[in-house]
Design a protein around this ligand. Structure first.
Ligand code: PHB
Length: 366
């Protein structure tokens, strides 16, 4: 008899009892319609994957200013709410649960994507290295405009409104996107935040916006339907911090007071640490955080089961494997072969490489 937990051991995650611990990671797919509106195609895609213990949507901007890529969905207009309703209804019809990821890209944008061609906003006027994705292809990032202190309550308000819209759209919860070099992460880390007001300088100050946003979102949803994603060792989007253990240790410790449904970490011991970030053992955060922990970064079935069995994490999020395998849960259950993801159709396009990956026998959505 094997008493060890694995990916198929049900778990209580906040308000929900999940049938398994296999989470679909948030994945940008750039297939929203004009106006950044989700469509029936997006509904089919998510519904095909509804056997996941939890689906987390692709990052979805809370305001026009939060947009950083073509064709990513938003959660700020009535049309977007209506589009997302197609998604939540389709997922629920298949018995799934789906959280929306709330996003503001901050400086990872370009005037071409901004209302009135304005500069993107950020904690400080520091341009990231690299290229923005515009409607006309890649263009170098510009130096963003530092948000005025007086504008910050408005940013919190954008997240609150996004959270309310997600509730109206029929989601089961929301995930605050605090990772990957977007606005909240830009405030948190000192490589991108050199403010001298109460949102910059000390770790407490740099974490303030992320914690205020979390509080606002919890105010809408209740703590047991809210999660947050962090990338403590991530370097994507030109991110750095002079002391990530201290910075993220503080945030994770503060998050305890919210009693959230979960903390979602892009595995700091691997993931971006390979790309030059400082590796931090996941166990460091596990020891600080008192709630459920989701980890993500290129896990496979064996590694996922091992993470659960060892107690390193409570759930495991899969990205690329879910892109290529709508029935990933069933394939894992049977230890069946997996389809190979096609990188060329990850970002943008139509049904090809999106809803046409085959399930094991028949298409999972007919
Ligand atoms: C992307 O669109 O490339 C993207 C979006 C959100 C992330 C990471 C990457 O968290």
């Amino acid at each position: 008899m094997n008493l060890a937990k694995n990916l198929f051991t049900p778990i209580d995650l906040g308000a929900y009892r999940l049938p398994n611990r296999i989470v679909m990671a948030p994945l940008t797919r750039n297939r929203a319609a004009a106006g950044n509106v989700p469509t029936e195609l997006n509904a089919i895609y998510y519904a095909q994957r509804a056997s996941a213990g939890l689906l987390i949507t692709e990052a979805s901007q809370v305001a026009p200013q939060g947009l950083g890529y073509p064709a990513t969905p938003g959660i700020h207009s009535p049309e977007q709410v209506a589009g997302w309703k197609l998604v939540t209804e389709a997922v629920h019809a298949k018995g799934g649960r789906i959280f929306l990821q709330l996003w503001h890209v901050g400086r990872i944008s370009h005037p071409d994507l901004q209302p009135d061609g304005a500069l993107p906003v950020a904690p400080s006027a520091i341009a990231p290295q690299g290229m923005a994705s515009t409607y006309e292809g890649s263009k170098p990032f510009v130096t963003p405009r530092a948000l005025d202190r007086s504008e910050i309550p408005g940013i919190v308000e954008q997240y609150r409104r996004g959270a309310k819209n997600a509730l109206e759209a029929g989601f089961d919860g929301v995930e605050v996107h605090g990772a990957n070099g977007y606005l909240l992460d830009q405030f948190l880390r000192d490589g991108s935040n050199q403010r001298t007001d109460d949102y910059g300088g000390s770790i407490e100050n740099r974490a303030r916006l992320m914690l205020e946003v979390t509080e606002a979102v919890v105010g809408v949803w209740g703590s047991n339907r809210v999660g947050i994603r962090l990338s403590p060792s991530g370097t994507f989007n030109d991110m750095r911090d002079s002391n990530p253990e201290a910075t993220f240790g503080y945030v994770v410790e503060q998050l305890n007071r919210f009693n959230l449904a979960y903390l979602h970490l892009i595995d700091p011991s691997e993931a971006d640490a390979r790309h030059g970030g400082k590796a931090i053992p996941t166990a460091y955060f596990r020891s600080i955080y008192q709630g459920n922990l989701i980890v993500a970064s290129d896990y496979d079935l064996a590694k996922g089961n091992e993470a659960i069995a060892s107690g390193a994490a409570d759930l495991v999020a899969y990205g690329r494997l879910f892109i290529a395998n709508p029935d990933l849960v069933e394939r894992f259950r049977l230890n069946a072969p997996l389809n190979t993801p096609d990188v060329n159709t990850f970002y943008g396009g139509d049904a090809k490489g999106y809803t046409d990956y085959p399930a094991l026998s028949v298409q999972s959505v007919s």
